[in-house]
Ligand binder design. Structure first.
Ligand code: SF4
Ligand code: MG
Length: 331
């Protein structure tokens, strides 16, 4: 498949009064045309910061301090704001966790959609309105002809999220970045939105980067997974690599903490104990060391990345140690 996005050694820091918070510390990955990639991690793992950096939307006092982002082979990390405005929405669009912050509360939904569609596709007023109605229909909003004349507060949370997705897709982007698009929604609506993303993807071949803390969500829609922790990539692989052949202790911990949805009894969650590292003073070795049940002396140095297969890699000293690693394990 065609390489759409490549991220090389991305570093993003927030320069706060307490010091430099190194939120993203050298992240590399790629997204090919048409694929759905899950970027997974707990809060503070750097996944949302990475997502924003992909669109040059890092808020101050944050700054991309190193690395390169290429879109269709061309570096976009040092483009001017003017050039970015041509890419944003058109080629790369974003859907956020809380659609209310992205919608104008005092403007009718139809008017907001028409503006976006006209700006990106240069359609006439009436053609853009027809397109808006059609997009609302496609995302499953009934009576869209009536709905375009309503205000955001007249929509439910799930419907507002559908509107955001409709707006993003009406610009026919090649890449859609969705940051926790279902987190604020109840489980039923969440499932509907995920199904919707899957269906729209099939139709339009838009690539999706889905940022989430929930591996269950990833299992439903993604083809590949990037697992982040402490501002770094811990493991990367296809959905099969991650769900059946996980190597990294952090990935295994995330898999254990998945609710067993099929069991008729109360969900059994096994959270990973401990807290993520302080990125104002990040560890020089493995970021997961403080919480890892297999931590050993050499984990104080940054682990090498080991390739399991062309699609699957992880960053952990256990890859080397074998027997020796086991015998050095902390009690
Ligand atoms: Fe655990 Fe060490 Fe592997 Fe880090 S490098 S995940 S501390 S075993
Ligand atoms: Mg987030």
């Amino acid at each position: 498949a065609e390489r759409l996005l490549s991220v090389e050694n991305l570093k993003v820091s927030f320069f706060t009064r307490d010091g430099e918070n190194q939120a993203v510390r050298g992240v590399s990955f790629h997204i090919d045309a048409g694929e759905t990639v899950g970027i997974v991690g707990e809060s503070g793992s750097g996944k949302s910061v990475t997502a924003k950096a992909l669109m040059a939307l890092t808020p101050p006092p944050g700054k991309m301090v190193a690395g390169d982002i290429k879109f269709r082979g061309e570096s976009v990390s040092r483009l001017s704001d003017k050039d970015w405005r041509k890419i944003r929405g058109n080629q790369i669009a974003m859907v956020f966790q809380d659609p209310m912050t992205a919608l104008n509360p005092v403007q009718k939904i139809g008017k907001q959609m028409v503006e976006v569609i006209r700006r990106h596709r240069g359609l006439s007023q009436s053609a853009a309105l027809n397109e808006a109605i059609e997009m609302l229909r496609q995302v499953g909003i009934t009576e869209p002809e009536r709905r375009v004349n309503q205000y955001p507060h007249e929509f439910s949370g799930g419907m507002r999220q559908r509107v955001m997705i409709a707006m993003a897709l009406s610009c026919q982007p090649e890449l859609l970045i969705a940051d926790e698009p279902t987190t604020a929604l109840d489980v039923t609506i969440q499932a509907q939105i995920l199904e919707l993303l899957g269906r729209l993807k099939e139709r339009s071949n838009t690539a999706i980067a889905l940022i989430t803390h929930d591996l269950g969500v990833v299992a439903q829609v993604c083809t590949r997974v990037i697992v982040m922790y402490g501002g770094m990539v811990m493991e990367e692989g296809t959905v099969e690599d991650i769900f059946y052949r996980a190597q990294h202790p952090y990935t295994k911990g995330l898999l254990h903490s998945l609710p067993k949805r099929e069991s008729g009894f109360k969900e059994r969650l096994v959270p990973i104990e401990g807290t993520p590292p302080n990125l104002l003073d990040p560890p020089s070795g493995c970021p997961f060391m403080e919480r890892c049940p297999h931590a050993m002396e050499k984990c104080a140095a940054l682990p090498k990345v080991t390739e399991v297969s062309p699609s699957h890699r992880y960053m952990c000293w256990l890859a080397e140690g074998g027997e020796e690693a086991q015998s050095n394990e902390r009690a």
